[in-house]
Design a protein around this ligand. Structure first.
Ligand SMILES: C[S@@+](CC[C@H](N)C(=O)[O-])C[C@H]1O[C@@H](n2cnc3c(N)ncnc32)[C@H](O)[C@@H]1O
Length: 297
């Protein structure tokens, strides 16, 4: 299963391994929350261990997108998104977070999703799937000239996959499914949202703080939100609560590496073209002590 919304740098595929590391506490903070994958997993699988979940993301609009998804705005039965052309993308990329994230390549928020050469084909499939409007190209690809009434998005994706016998071609539909699935979350009275820098979020006593910071080697998510790594590491080291950090490397003796696991990213729809990186989790002194105290019990 995927967790959260489609997002560049999402932890969706390794949520379980990461969340298993956290000791119990009253509060859980996802301070660099991005696409909500970790919070989604925590709400679904560890909600009994934490009384309150706090989600923060500095990028404007992300919290609203997540809240809208939870409140059912992207429910397949009522959400019929228009096709966004590359020109439309350019016009709306900085004012519409849905367009910015969902219609950009690799959800990078910058470049349009499709190359010029395939835009027409993708538009035909989009109109067939969303509006049941089939042109010649869509009829050829789907092998039908309309979908039966009540055909779900999952059925359409499977139909497309079976027709093409190529994995990955249904990935656009998977993205829409991911927005829709947040609607199934329950116990939302325990969830609080913040939009700003991690440093401004008030932290309560008895907390676990997870920080999925922008990787040192990666370009920033938004040019107006530069990330000061040194300031962050000082904040985390001096924190009275347990701070867990995801990174490839933290060369600072105030933190201990407690876990590492493989993270695979597909570089193209061809599965053999995969990049494997070792993702690590580091913890401050308070967190390290908490893990060991919990094991003694
Ligand atoms: C690696 S991503 C998080 C991905 C997320 N865990 C997920 O699974 O989708 C890092 C996030 O940190 C955010 N960010 C950058 N600087 C920040 C700051 N000072 N405070 C809070 N968030 C920040 C970025 O906008 C980005 O969304």
């Amino acid at each position: 299963m995927n967790f959260g919304i489609p997002y560049m740098g999402s932890k969706s595929k390794i949520c379980e391994q990461v969340c298993r590391l956290f000791p119990n506490a009253e509060n859980f903070y996802d301070l660099f929350g991005g696409g909500f994958s970790i919070s989604h997993f925590m709400l679904k699988h560890r909600c009994k261990d934490f009384k309150q979940l706090h989600f923060n993301e500095i990028r404007e609009g992300v919290c609203e997108l997540v809240k809208d998804a939870i409140n059912g705005k992207y429910n397949y039965d009522k959400f019929k998104p228009d096709w966004i052309s590359s020109d439309e993308f350019k016009k709306r990329v900085n004012s519409d977070i849905f367009v910015k994230l969902i219609w950009s390549f690799g959800n990078n928020g910058k470049n349009y999703l499709f190359g010029k050469d395939i835009e027409f084909q993708k538009k035909s499939l989009h109109n067939a799937i969303v509006f049941n409007e089939f042109n010649e190209f869509a009829t050829k690809i789907f092998g039908v000239s309309s979908f039966p009434n009540g055909f779900t998005i999952i059925q359409k994706r499977l139909h497309l996959k079976n027709r093409l016998r190529i994995n990955g071609k249904g990935e656009r539909l998977e993205q829409l499914e991911r927005l829709q699935q947040l609607q199934q979350l329950e116990r939302l009275e325990r969830l609080e949202f913040y939009t700003g820098s991690y440093i401004d979020v008030p932290i309560k006593e008895n907390s676990v703080i997870y920080c999925d910071i922008p990787y040192e080697s990666t370009a920033s998510y938004d040019k107006n939100n530069s990330f000061n790594r040194k300031e962050f590491l000082d904040w985390a080291a001096n924190n009275k609560e347990a701070v867990f950090i995801s990174e490839y490397q933290v060369k600072d003796e105030r933190f201990k590496c407690i876990s590492n696991f493989e993270k695979r990213s597909m570089l193209s729809s061809d599965k053999s073209n995969t990049l494997i990186k070792i993702e690590k989790v580091f913890v401050n002194e308070v967190g390290y002590k908490r893990i060991f105290d919990a094991r003694k019990k």
